[in-house]
Design a protein around this ligand. Sequence first.
Ligand SMILES: Cc1cc2nc3c(=O)[nH]c(=O)nc-3n(C[C@H](O)[C@H](O)[C@H](O)COP(=O)(O)OP(=O)(O)OC[C@H]3O[C@@H](n4cnc5c(N)ncnc54)[C@H](O)[C@@H]3O)c2cc1C
Length: 509
Amino acid sequence: MLMTAEDYRESLRRYRPRVFVEGAAVDSVADEPLLAPGIAGVGVTYDFAQRAEHRPLMTARQGTSGETVNRMLHIDENATDLLYKLEAVRLVCQESGCAQRYLAHDALNAFFQATRRCDEAHGTDYHQRFLAYLHRVQDEDLSLGIAMTDAKGDRSKRPADQATPDVYVHIKERRPDGVVIRGTKAIVTGAPYMHEFLVMPCRTHRTEDAAFAVACAVPVDAPGVTIVARRAGRPGEAAAKFSAKYGQSTGVVIFDDVFVPHENVFLAGETEEGGFLTTSYANHHRHSCIGARAGFGDLLIGAGALMIEANGLDPDRHRHLRDDMVELITIVESFFACGVAASLYCVQDPAGSAMPEPVFANVGKLLLATKIYDMHRVAHSVSGGLVVALPGPDEDHNPETQASLSAVLAGRSDIPAAQRLEVSRLMEDLTASNQGGWYSIISLHGGGSPEAMKREIWRNYPVMERVALVERLLDRGVLDEGQRVSKQPGRCCVTGCEVPALPSATAAS
Ligand SMILES: Cc1cc2nc3c(=O)[nH]c(=O)nc-3n(C[C@H](O)[C@H](O)[C@H](O)COP(=O)(O)OP(=O)(O)OC[C@H]3O[C@@H](n4cnc5c(N)ncnc54)[C@H](O)[C@@H]3O)c2cc1C
């Protein structure tokens, strides 16, 4: 049953998670003002699935059950699914900045593939277990937090070599009816207001690290789970034009001897499939990040155009402003185009699902990770210094200054000063506030730091095919201009050499 945003918020009352935000225990997540922008952001994925105009993008038919499910919980079967997911993520992020739930989509798809692969290799029954779990999550329309990034401790050491094993989540004990897990996941978006966590490894493991190759589902209020979180967005701040309404919290999630029953365990020590799960999740997630940041880019493009207008300028007459805007559009649409290509050239998985093509998915994510800073630069360039210099909103209502500030801080005569100031504050909120920094850093590191993408691009790109292409051209002499020498014997020039025959007497001796 698909929920509305209000149903989702109410559903959080069924859970009693142990949550701390900014040093204080949270009694009711659903009613906590510091978390409200996060709950509202996730709520967009629920309400948009109810709207007739968004239904084709925001819902899908799950092939293994025949049920209509939220797109954010669907297993992709083909290129169209991937394209619709990409567009759906862009749509919900245009509205909310970050709506979190596509992480669940990415993890569910990776679990679907990895459990199937594990069963084939080891004769386990994870895939059936996972399908039962998947269908329940889809039927109940749950929100799942993705607990992948471990605290990791000393980055130069593997998990089993750390001074304390608790910097990585691991299996502490195996019981006949399940496993007991322990350790810390350091960054989980939306942690306080999820229904459950999907726990998975954040790296590949050696066989001696088998205890760390664990994947499972844990309700947020399972005994032993503690969530230590930041506020979501900038709740209650009058200047926060966007993030007072929408913004995500991130939480550290501590698993202190948490029992996970068998039916919720999807890998338990299978290192190879654990590595596959992580890589597959990263691939799906980088594809989703492209949609998410394109939605954010749409906000910057709109805000930039409005700032230019409110300043009394016209990009058609002022070439440098048009060039700035074109640069912003080019960045956003070029990484989005990589997402489209990754969808169209998708790879079918033996489990029956579709994976985004990995080179395009990683190139797109790498582009946005680095270009996010150029996006901010362009947005600042067209806007001017007011973005960070504007007096705070309290001044808007100060009888001693309000009238005179309105008069001098207006731009174009037919646009009231209040509207110019609104756009300016929106721009500050998105690009120059602590929330602006949040969007930069989630773009840079979310879904993996740039080095991780570079490795995947290098690992998957068919460099040798390109080498073979050039060798073939060289051998045909196409590139030969008299100086190049082909590696093929007897083909040192376009016409090739006549190799003299050896005298038969010499050849016989
Ligand atoms: C806002 C936000 C939301 C996020 N949400 C989630 C979420 O919901 N769920 C989740 O699981 N994760 C989430 N992440 C985590 C994200 O996946 C990680 O930030 C990312 O994988 C990088 O890990 P890290 O932050 O631990 O940085 P580190 O791994 O410490 O990386 C820092 C730098 O050190 C380098 N480095 C690290 N290890 C090595 C090494 N061994 N050798 C050489 N160089 C190294 C990296 O390349 C990088 O340049 C989120 C991140 C952000 C910023």
